[in-house]
Design a protein around this ligand. Structure first.
Ligand code: DGJ
Length: 549
């Protein structure tokens, strides 16, 4: 058929667009940064991990059914699950990736992405996931030595053979993932080691570590990390960092070890990589030198700068949050969301009082969020997490994820553009305000759906289901006067920022369809809007306009 010049241009543009879309779709996952914010790009577009993490021993083919059943009930889009060094290299030099193959195939069948957790030299600081040929060979794989000269439980970051062996296994794993998954990219990210650091002592005191401790602090560290108390500008760790030197040196040693592993793995298959962190008190002020209540050398918020300096192949450090206190929770997010550190919560307790934080974390623009223990294996980490191993564990999160899922790509894009806000009910149950562009949201809790508190002063009763704080709201300001609101057990009011008279335009309840089109199910009005937007225990998505008069 003969084509006009115009038709040719049109079909050429179409082909170019199609080629662009195909190229974007085949891009490896990566973390990108713009205007101080981050996006996790998956198949060429921002993606938000609505995740769940399996338990610590479910990384075997025959255990996966119980994991995927929970992930399905959770409506998660991503599973975080370990791959252990002990399972892929039980015998030195002989690799077995049958679990990884099954895992990736099952994930595809279940239509979820994977974040793999490399349990290598360190898992919760210890070597329990290393193969037996590593665990019991102190001569080849040295353990750290305490100040009083005793051999400790923890493998030393100065162990050259340990690093070589861990790296070799990790590179083999990454090469295997590349081989089986590069075309489909089910695996979107990798955590390198797990909750590193050491409990009970600040660092390795073996002669090799001692010698390094007495060397000058590397320039890269000096450039990033200022001493909390002004001391020498350069010199040994002690001279520059005083009482903080032991922890900082240890953080540097572990971060440098992890860097070697991540760098080698990414050279083979370049997926985003991160480290997770068993936290120190996020409200300690001023931050004290290491003391015995947290793991020294792990990527706690006070040493993120050292990890940035020593481990450029690690994209970020994420907080594992196992304290329900709302002040501390908020403080942790503030400390880990930095211009050089995207926010992701790779682990959080799955207990009921944490459910509200889903809205806070997603509203803050996190690239990922994942409660821990989303798995029907016969184990509960209560009192850290939920007591019962059944649907009551996943359903409260599942309801929220189910509401987010249809708009997960839109949400990730709005978050990247800095349009999203999050609120979780505080332990004080008090109202909170959110300043947005031109508008202010007020979120209050334990309200009835009808009327204002002062109308019904003698009602002492409280709404059922609010016995523990579990209200939360995420808001996206999608244009100047338009918002997407999703939440539970909260009342939301939006007022013009300078106090001009304003009112709701539309309050549509609905969802986005697969093509990204908003589908209205009903428009809230009358009782449903006269006293704010009163969200119950069943999360809904509202598309709201407001205006002034
Ligand atoms: C944090 C660790 O990273 C997890 O693997 C797990 O051990 C939890 N603590 C406790 O259940």
């Amino acid at each position: 058929m003969k084509q006009t010049a115009r038709q040719l241009v049109t079909s050429f543009s179409f082909l170019m667009a199609a080629a662009g879309a195909a190229a974007a779709a085949s891009q490896l996952p990566q973390i990108v940064k713009k205007d101080g914010r981050f996006a996790l790009m998956v198949d060429g577009a921002p993606f938000v991990i609505l995740g769940g993490q399996a338990q610590n021993s479910s990384n075997y083919p025959l255990a996966l059914n119980k994991v995927f059943a929970a992930i399905k009930d959770m409506h998660a889009n991503t599973l975080e699950i370990p791959v252990a060094w002990e399972q892929i290299e039980r015998e030195e030099g002989k690799f077995d990736f049958s679990y990884v193959d099954t895992l990736v195939a099952e994930a595809r069948k279940n239509k979820v992405k994977l974040v793999l957790l490399w349990f290598g030299t360190w898992k919760n600081t210890g070597p329990s996931y290393t193969p037996e040929w590593v665990k019991f060979n102190n001569a080849r794989f040295p353990r750290m030595v305490s100040k009083d000269g005793k051999i400790t439980y923890c493998l030393s970051p100065q162990g050259e053979e340990t690093l070589k062996a861990d790296k070799k296994a990790f590179v083999a794993l990454m090469a295997h993932i590349k081989k089986i998954d590069e075309a489909q990219r089910t695996v979107i990210m990798v955590q390198v080691e797990n909750e590193v650091g050491t409990y009970g002592f600040a660092r390795d005191y073996a002669p090799k570590a001692e010698a390094q401790f007495n060397q000058p602090v590397p320039q890269a560290v000096l450039d990033y990390k200022k001493s909390p108390v002004p001391l020498a500008k350069s010199g040994t760790w002690k001279q520059v960092y005083g009482d903080y030197a032991d922890e900082y040196f240890h953080a540097y040693s572990i971060a440098s070890y992890i860097e070697e592993i991540a760098k080698a793995g990414r050279a083979v298959y370049n997926l985003p990589m991160y480290v997770n962190n068993s936290q120190r008190d996020s409200t300690e002020d001023p931050v004290k030198p290491w003391h015995e209540n947290f793991a020294s050398g792990g990527p706690t918020y006070d040493v993120i700068d050292i990890y940035r300096a020593a481990a450029p192949h690690i994209d970020f450090a994420g907080p594992d949050i196992y304290g329900p206190n709302s002040k501390k929770f908020n403080a942790s997010l503030r400390l880990f969301q930095r211009k050089d550190n995207p926010l992701m919560v790779p682990e959080m307790s799955n207990a009921a009082e944490y459910v509200r934080y889903t809205y806070l974390v997603l509203g803050k623009g996190a690239i990922g969020f994942s409660p821990f223990g989303i798995d029907y294996a016969d184990y509960s980490n209560f009192p850290l997490g939920h007591k019962a191993i059944d649907k009551t564990m996943v359903e409260p999160f599942g309801k929220i994820y189910a509401a987010f899922r249809p708009m997960e790509r839109q949400w990730a894009k709005w978050a990247f553009e800095g349009r999203t806000y999050g609120v979780a009910e505080g332990d004080d149950r008090e109202p909170q305000t959110v300043d947005m562009k031109g508008w202010k949201a007020t979120v209050s809790f334990r309200e009835w759906q009808f009327g204002e508190r002062e109308y019904f002063k003698d009602i002492k009763d409280v709404p059922a289901g609010t016995e523990i704080p579990n209200g939360g709201v995420s808001i996206a300001q999608i244009s100047d006067n338009e918002f997407i609101i999703i939440g539970q057990r909260a009342r939301v009011k939006i007022d013009q920022a300078e106090g001009k008279s304003s009112m709701w335009g539309r309050v549509e309840e609905g969802h986005y369809d697969a093509a990204g089109k908003w589908i209205m199910e009903r428009n809230w009005n009358g009782d449903q809007t006269d006293y704010g937007l009163n969200l119950t225990g069943n999360p809904v998505v509202l598309k709201v306009t407001v205006g002034t008069y």
